[in-house]
Design a protein around this ligand. Structure first.
Ligand code: PLP
Length: 373
């Protein structure tokens, strides 16, 4: 059989068996609409309640602060637009230059509607320094949104400090924690965030499902108008089975956070040691404080896109740090923002290891890389 190694866990993850099993009854047996008053709907209604509680427990929130969405993109759109469009005099939003496009393009929409947006610089490690935020925030800032961890280089931001700066100026603080939830400890109370986005398929849950944490008392416009589901803020019949799967996957990852992270960190160290032994000229992007297994590497005078395709032919799935158009290979906004030298920037790839990867797979990846380079 042809070899297959999946090393793109920042893009998506394999569904956990436990998550799949708990979903099944809500598709075939207890498929009632949770909003209906009859007894057949009770099981679905209770499943939603339990899922909300499980998710809330995993991030130290209250159950009524968890809103189910269709994933990270929707959660980010809702947070950015829902805060900007809710009635209040303040109009300005501040985000970082390295946010995911779900946040960046939501802000583009705000700008087209006349709402000002400022983009914070990051340092070479991809970190937003709290002082950078202090330099531009004013009493007119309505929302600050900084991602917990970057998807391309894994850098973890000082969210607690950044949220505290935002609050000093009376601004609301949102964090896109899509790459972080289920991978590092997240405690919304300790972090002091008002809104937090998460996506199930990044933590071994099903695709097309996520949640937005909205701290009680935060004023936000509804995202979907319709029925009265989810306090009338996000209408539409809840996807019960998939919600139940998300909760199970998150609990599984959170219960095993330490073990998973030790395993993934040991794989990451092995990868780096072997690359060094192979004498390859590369730069490792990001910060020492990063999501376990998110390894962004830039190879001198190489083409990341070509490396990706060569590895693909060898049965290995990784990703690049560069977005492509049909004519030019462009360096991604994240790699640009950290100011990587040109001779390395185009040779960027992202290997993102997950809990199902093995030491043997890491050795194969390094061997394949050595051949390709
Ligand atoms: N935010 C970040 C940081 C991400 O990495 C992603 C997905 O890659 C998203 C948002 C979008 O999440 P989803 O795929 O669930 O829409």
């Amino acid at each position: 059989m042809k070899r297959f190694i999946y090393a793109d866990n920042a893009a998506t993850t394999k569904l956990d068996e436990v998550a799949f099993e708990v979903m099944k009854p809500y598709l075939f047996v207890d498929y009632g609409n949770p909003s209906q008053p009859y007894s057949f709907a009770r099981s679905a209604k209770e499943a939603l309640k339990r899922a909300r509680q499980t998710i809330a427990d995993c991030i130290n929130a209250e159950p009524d602060e968890i809103y189910f969405t269709s994933g990270g993109t929707e959660s980010d759109n809702w947070a950015i637009k829902g805060i900007a469009l809710s009635p209040l005099n303040k109009k300005a939003t501040i985000i970082s230059q390295i946010e995911h496009h779900a946040v960046l393009n939501s802000c583009k929409t705000l700008e087209s509607l006349g709402y000002p947006v400022a983009y914070l610089r990051v340092d070479k490690s991809g970190t937003v320094q709290p002082q950078t935020l202090k330099n531009i925030i004013t009493d007119n800032t309505r929302l600050v949104s900084i991602m917990t961890a970057n998807n391309e280089i894994g850098t973890i931001q000082p969210i607690k400090e950044l949220a505290s700066v935002a609050h000093e100026y009376g601004a609301i603080f949102h964090t896109d924690a899509v790459q972080a939830v289920g991978h590092i400890k997240i405690d919304v109370k300790d972090l002091g965030v008002d809104l937090l986005s998460a996506s199930a398929h990044k933590f071994n849950g099903p695709k097309g499902m996520g949640f937005l944490y909205i701290k009680n008392g935060t004023k936000i416009s509804p995202y979907l108008d319709g029925g009265s589901q989810q306090n009338g803020l996000r209408a539409g019949t809840e996807n019960v089975a998939v919600i139940v799967g998300m909760a199970a996957a998150l609990k599984n990852n959170c219960d095993n956070l330490l073990q998973n992270s030790e395993h993934i960190c040991s794989l990451e160290n092995r990868l780096i040691n072997r690359l060094n032994m192979a004498g390859i000229d590369y730069v490792k992007n990001g910060s020492p404080s990063h999501i376990p297994g998110n390894v962004s590497l830039s190879f001198k005078d190489k083409d990341g896109e070509a490396i990706l395709h060569r590895l693909d032919l060898m049965g290995i799935s990784i990703s690049t740090g560069a977005a492509c158009d049909s004519v030019n290979t462009q360096v991604s906004h994240v790699i640009n923002a950290i100011g990587l030298q040109d001779e390395y920037a185009l040779g960027t790839i992202r290997i993102s290891l997950g809990k199902y990867n093995t030491a043997e797979e890491v050795d194969c990846i390094v061997e394949a890389l050595r051949k390709v380079l």
